[in-house]
Design a protein around this ligand. Sequence first.
Ligand SMILES: *Cc1c(COP(=O)(O)O)cnc(C)c1O
Length: 231
Amino acid sequence: MTAILSNLQATRVAVAQAAQAAQRGDGEVHLLAVSKTFPAQAVREAYQAGQRAFGENYVQEALDKIDALRDLPLEWHFIGPIQSNKTRVIAENFSWVHGVDRLKIAERLSAQRPVHLPPLNICLQVNVSGEDSKSGVTPSEVEALAVQAAQLPNLKLRGLMAIPAPAADPAVQRLPFAQMRALLQQLNSRGLQLDTLSMGMSHDYTAAIAEGATIVRIGTAIFGVRAKAQV
Ligand SMILES: *Cc1c(COP(=O)(O)O)cnc(C)c1O
């Protein structure tokens, strides 16, 4: 058995156990395999182990892999920071974009989404308390952005995404995830129909699932530790 196959199997079991512990059906939590910095061959191995959805952070690296893997029916998610001069290739090559945090980016993605493709699924990135990156709208800004993004014709606003600051204590990990769950509920109570909470990485996905994550984005636990120089 390859390392990727056994890591994937172990991760699936852990995700299902976390879902069960939270009294959620395991079909409610989707595993996004984050393949950034790993070669196309690693993605191919994960595909052979039954994985279909992959997350990438860097546009050029992702395009090379997408090209090398055209023979496989994969679903690509862009999860990195989005520069406005990259929106066209992102709109053309991905099914999902997780880190939208400005109306201008959403408008460009919608305008540049090819008409022969289904609407691009997007999540709005929220800078929940304690988040260490500067990306994301504040919780108080998210509703205005959601209302506008939901109206763009070639996008499908699916929900919210966050990358909280790392914490070792599971009880502390849960706080920003609980805040995300409440935000999603608030948006849905205002008439939006959002079904996605993209939150939880290798070190905190159990806490994220306990607070309602529907997509966990997991790299290290599946593919191994990334080279130090890279994020
Ligand atoms: C790298 C990355 C991940 C995966 O992180 P791991 O700790 O390797 O599981 C998830 N989400 C985003 C946005 C990332 O950049």
